[in-house]
Design a protein around this ligand. Structure first.
Ligand code: PMP
Ligand code: GLU
Length: 396
């Protein structure tokens, strides 16, 4: 069978592939310490589940408008007004099947062959793949552990060419947990405005912050920057709703209208029941978000303590999200004990750790950061404790 060039070169999502590998081992009866997937281990809060059940009983089981039900679009606008003082009209909102789908549709609506999209590395696995699917070229700009993996305005400026369509920014970041200070974001926004480049700000981890500075949505940074900003977010992470598949885009209406068209052809609409659940998430009590954040904060403290106790390993502190991204490159090229082969890179490191110690991490190679591994701490403390004991043994 002749496959299209686009899918012939498409790699499977490395995070999902790593999780599948861990699951396959589990299905053989092995106890696996699985820190691969970035998804909250909590159940979706009860009042949100109840809203979905009620929606089903009320007969909301039909197609909806392609860009989302009006109530949800209104609720999203109200949430941005409430949380950040941002004013968006419902026609500037498109609801999609998860934030991943939102990003895909933004890129599909804006990019094509010959275009360039600037992506700071380390970056979430799907960014480069989704850019490539459009025929555009990802322009990867490396950041350093010493800088806390932050893209500087000078680096951004230097990467811009006449073909640049947008910067794909993610704060708090997957895989590093990096958050930017307001001044750093303002410098990026100033560059975007001066060089007339769009910024797609993936704010999916906005509610999962461990720093003192409150979250600042990119659209709030400078006068006029909202006209150049595309905000991506959703309910997956903040409300423990990964399986419901609801994400959204806030953008100038030119773009949201095009995305609406696109969705009407490709998926008709996001799942009706999930939209009612997301509506309950946004309009309902918000204390569930804070309760989960506090639990993630406790796990983060624990994880940082354990990572700092690992031999020859370093980490830039995550300010948000639920990932620890640590540097294991000092272990490469040296045999770790008798009868063991030296590991050449992070992919071999993860493979050996899984095989020998049954601990599953994701290799930094997938995130454009060779030498690093990602551990998701969206899992309970007992599991983290046992997992770190094993990583310690592995390195010892
Ligand atoms: N952006 C980032 C940075 C992510 O880590 C993820 C992972 N879930 C997404 C977007 C997509 O989220 P969703 O589950 O809503 O598709
Ligand atoms: N975003 C999560 C992760 O990075 C979920 C898996 C995925 O969609 O890639 O693990």
């Amino acid at each position: 069978m002749q496959l299209s060039p686009a899918v012939q070169t498409l790699k499977p999502s490395a995070t999902i592939a790593a999780a599948a590998k861990a699951k396959a081992l589990k299905s053989k009866g092995v106890t696996v310490y699985d820190f691969t997937l970035g998804e909250p281990d909590f159940h979706t809060p009860e009042h949100i589940q109840a809203a979905a059940r009620a929606a089903m009983q009320a007969g909301h089981t039909h197609y909806t408008p392609s860009g989302g039900i009006p109530e949800l679009k209104k609720a999203i606008c109200a949430a941005y007004e409430r949380d950040y003082g941002l004013h968006y009209e419902p026609n500037q909102v498109v609801v999609s099947n998860g934030a991943k789908h939102s990003i895909h549709n933004v890129l599909t609506a804006l990019c094509g062959p010959g275009d360039e999209v600037i992506i700071p590395a380390p970056y979430w696995v799907s960014y480069s793949a989704l850019v490539e699917l459009t025929g555009a070229t990802p322009v990867i700009v490396e950041t350093t552990e010493a800088s806390g993996f932050r893209l500087s305005a000078a680096q951004f400026d230097a990467a811009i060419t006449p073909r640049t369509r947008l910067l794909l920014l993610n704060s708090p970041c997957n895989p590093t947990g990096t958050t930017y200070a307001v001044a750093q974001l303002e410098a990026l926004a100033e560059t975007a405005r001066r060089r007339n480049v769009l910024v797609c700000s993936d704010e999916i981890y906005e509610k999962l912050l461990y720093t003192d500075e409150p979250f600042r949505s990119f659209s709030t940074l400078l006068g006029g920057i909202a006209d150049r900003t595309i905000i991506i977010s959703g309910v997956s992470k903040a409300y423990a709703m990964t399986g419901w598949r609801i994400g959204w885009t806030l953008a100038p209406v030119e773009l949201t209208a095009a995305m609406d068209n696109l969705q009407s052809q490709e998926t008709s609409n996001p799942c009706s029941l999930s939209q009612y659940a997301a509506l309950a998430a946004l309009n309902g009590p918000q204390d569930c978000v804070e309760t989960m954040r506090q639990e993630f904060a406790r796990r983060r403290e624990y994880v940082l303590k354990r990572v700092r106790g690992l031999k020859q390993v370093s980490i830039a502190e995550p300010g948000g999200a639920f990932y620890a991204f640590f540097n294991v490159s000092r272990h490469f090229g040296k045999p770790l004990g008798q009868g063991r082969q030296a590991m050449a890179n992070a992919t071999e490191f993860c493979a050996a750790l899984l095989e020998e110690s049954h601990v599953a991490l994701v290799s930094g190679d997938a995130f454009g950061a060779p030498g690093y591994v990602r551990l998701s701490f969206a899992t309970n403390l007992e599991m983290l404790q046992a997992g770190f004991d094993r990583i310690e043994q592995f390195l010892g």
